[in-house]
Design a protein around this ligand. Structure first.
Ligand code: MG
Length: 379
């Protein structure tokens, strides 16, 4: 039996991971964590009978312990405790944002295999996580596609990789992005995802974060990573080889495929994903993206190239900007403006350790909040 800990079990990736695990033999749900959705977590505890659960709040953890007679922990130390528990073999990391970094690092240091949905951890701390590359499997459809294509290939035969982006809900319209609402931004055309990543997809920041993620996962230079808009989300990514050929991976847009690939790697198993009917596809299109309309992608690549603490500043500013947009405090184009202002002002530290990354994150977050407040007063 493989003991699995799912950090972020009540979110979109967490619930789909539980679906996948229910149909796979040989896995036991050892631990679950949720930030604050105690109701969903309670339902999961009853159904999957884990040994341990972690929540953000101390009182909520105490209540769960009393109610279910189960081992509990809370906060970030709780996440680290679960992720590095000696009984755990495999950690599914689906905590949103910077909070995923420390537990991911501790899980890797403890020798765990990590199925990593929290791309922010690699974006911010790629240099700390990359020595453990062989223990990491990405839960990200594009990177899963690249992993599948590169399987058994000589790295020297790779010219570049091409990440596909759906373009999000506003790729072609409306013209004026300052009028779009949070509700519209959350309506992704092809994927069903959590709130943070849906907004990141609408701004194309998600693709920028994925470029940085790919840089660390495949040891590629930023010049070797291309992005193309592919609105149908059928081709999940491609690899260009030195002989001029391009290989692609195609599948139904269903996260349960990359989740399962990360869980069972290097084995392939039948999955819950619908078979793709090629004859039902009207067309597959590939379009250049417009950086003047979606500046976040370029900002992210710029931060990735700068390295050091710059991606941490970018990520922190983006997390604050996304939350502020969802709360109606800033308009959609201000997400990019806010991120740009924070990274322009950031004092770069090279080769940061975890503490320096935490400091850079906190500093950028505080600056971003200040800017949101200033804008609120103006508006
Ligand atoms: Mg993706």
């Amino acid at each position: 039996m493989i003991n699995v800990a799912i950090l972020g079990s009540t979110g979109s990736i967490g619930t789909q991971t539980l679906q996948v695990l229910q149909h796979l033999p040989g896995y036991r749900i050892y631990g679950l964590s949720a930030y604050s959705d105690i109701q969903s977590l309670s339902t999961q505890i009853k159904k999957f009978q884990p040994q341990m659960v972690v929540v953000n709040d101390y009182d909520a953890a105490q209540q769960l312990r009393g109610r279910f007679n189960i081992r509990t922990a809370h906060g970030e130390t709780g996440l680290v405790e679960l992720a590095s528990d000696p009984e755990v073999d495999l950690v599914v990391m689906a905590v949103v944002g910077f909070a995923a970094l420390a537990p991911t690092l501790k899980a890797l240091e403890a020798g765990k295999k990590v199925a990593l949905a929290s791309k922010e951890a690699l974006v911010v701390g790629g240099h700390l996580l990359s020595p453990y590359r062989s223990q990491i499997m990405p839960i990200d459809s594009e990177h899963c596609a690249i992993c599948q294509i590169l399987e058994g290939k000589n790295p020297e035969a790779v010219d570049s990789i091409i990440l596909t982006a759906s373009g999000g809900p506003f790729f072609s319209q409306p013209q004026d992005l300052s009028t779009v609402t949070a509700e519209q931004a959350l309506q992704h055309p092809t994927w069903n995802m959590g709130g943070k990543i849906s907004i990141d997809s609408a701004t194309l920041m998600n693709k920028g974060l994925e470029v940085i993620e790919a840089h660390w996962l495949y040891s590629l230079s930023y010049d070797q990573i291309e992005v193309v808009i592919h609105p149908q989300s059928v081709v999940h990514s491609l690899v260009r080889f030195i002989d001029g050929s391009i290989l692609a991976q195609l599948a139904d847009a269903d996260m349960r495929l990359p989740i399962q690939y990360a869980l069972t790697y290097p084995k392939l198993e039948p999955s819950l994903v619908a078979k793709l009917d090629l004859t039902s596809l009207a067309e597959l299109t590939f379009i250049k993206y417009d950086p003047s309309r979606f500046p976040c992608l370029e900002l992210a690549v710029k931060a990735g190239r700068a390295g050091g603490t710059m991606p941490a500043a970018l990520n922190a500013a983006n997390e604050v900007a996304v939350t502020s947009f969802l709360e109606g405090k800033i308009v959609f184009p201000e997400i990019a403006e806010l991120v740009k202002a924070v990274i322009s002002d950031h004092r770069l530290v090279f080769e940061p350790d975890l503490q320096q990354l935490i400091a850079a994150d906190a500093d950028a977050r505080a600056k971003a909040y200040d800017l949101v407040m200033q804008r609120g007063r103006k508006g």
